[in-house]
Design a protein around this ligand. Sequence first.
Ligand code: ZN
Length: 299
Amino acid sequence: MSPLPYEVSVREVGPRDGLQAEAPVSVGERVALIEALSGTGLHTIEAVSFVSEKAVPSMAGAADVMAKIQRNPDVGYVALVPNLRGAQAALEADVDGLTVTVSASETYSQKNTNRSIAESMTSVEEICDFVDEKLPIDVVVSCAFGSPYEGNITAEELGSLVRNIWDTGATAVTLADTTGMATPRRIDDVIDETGNDVGLHLHETRGTALVNAYAGLQRGIVRFDTSVGGLGGSPFAAGASGNLATEDLIHLLDDIGVATGVDLAALLDIDTTLAAMIGHPVASRIAAAGPRSRLADSP
Ligand code: ZN
C-alpha cells in the first residue's frame, strides 16, 4: 500500500449531473448555484450540458447559463456534450473544457443514447478532431464497474476500452460507477488494468462511495467527481442513489490530511439554499450531521 496522495482535485458536477435529475429550476437559480460554488475553492465545475432541451428539460438554456455566470478566473467551467453539435455550441459559449460520455455497457449505451459503444467512440474522435487541443476533453466511462444489463464488466474489457479512449486524443479519462456496483476490490482490479491516471466518479447507490474513494486514494488516484449536497439520482429517494456528496468527500479528506483547497464551511453554507431550490433536503450526511470538527473543537 502506497502513502495517500498529498493533494487531490475535485470536480464539482452538481449543477449538471446533479440538477439533471431534479425537476427543472430557473436559469437564475442555476447561475446563483454555480457562482456560489465558484467561491468555495473548487477549481473545476461541470456547469451545463449541451443536450437536446426536449430530452433533458432541466438542462435547457445552457448557453444562457454560461453567458450569465460571473466567472471566477481560478475556476474552469466545463460542459457535457453528447456529440459534435453539442461541442460546437459549447465552444461558442466559451466553456473551459468538455466532458463526453462513453458507456462500458453495450446495452446501456443503446438504451440511453441510441448508439453502440463503437458509435460513441467515433463521436469522441470527431469531437477531439474538432476541438483540436484547444480545450481539455475528459471522457467519462459510464457503467465502468458493472452494468444493469450485462452485469459484470470485466477489468480487462474496461482496460481495453480505456486504452482505445486514450487513442482518440482525449486529455483525461474518468471511470463512473453509474450503477453503484463498485467495491474496493473492483476498484483495485480495474486500476490494475487502467493505471491510476484516471478520475473516479462514484455513486452512493449501495453506500460504497466513500470507501471506494479511499480505495482509489490508496492506489494513487488524484481526481474525483462529486456533487454538492449529493445531488443526483432519484429525487424520490434522497440519499439512496445519488452522486458522492462533495461535502462528504471533503470532510473525509480534510480529516486524513489530503489537501483539496476546498472550504468545507463555504460548501455547507450552500446547502440551505440548495434544499430550498430543489424542494427537498440534500442527501449529504455531513450536511445533515455537521462536520466532526465542530464537536471536536468545542470545549
Ligand atoms: Zn453521477
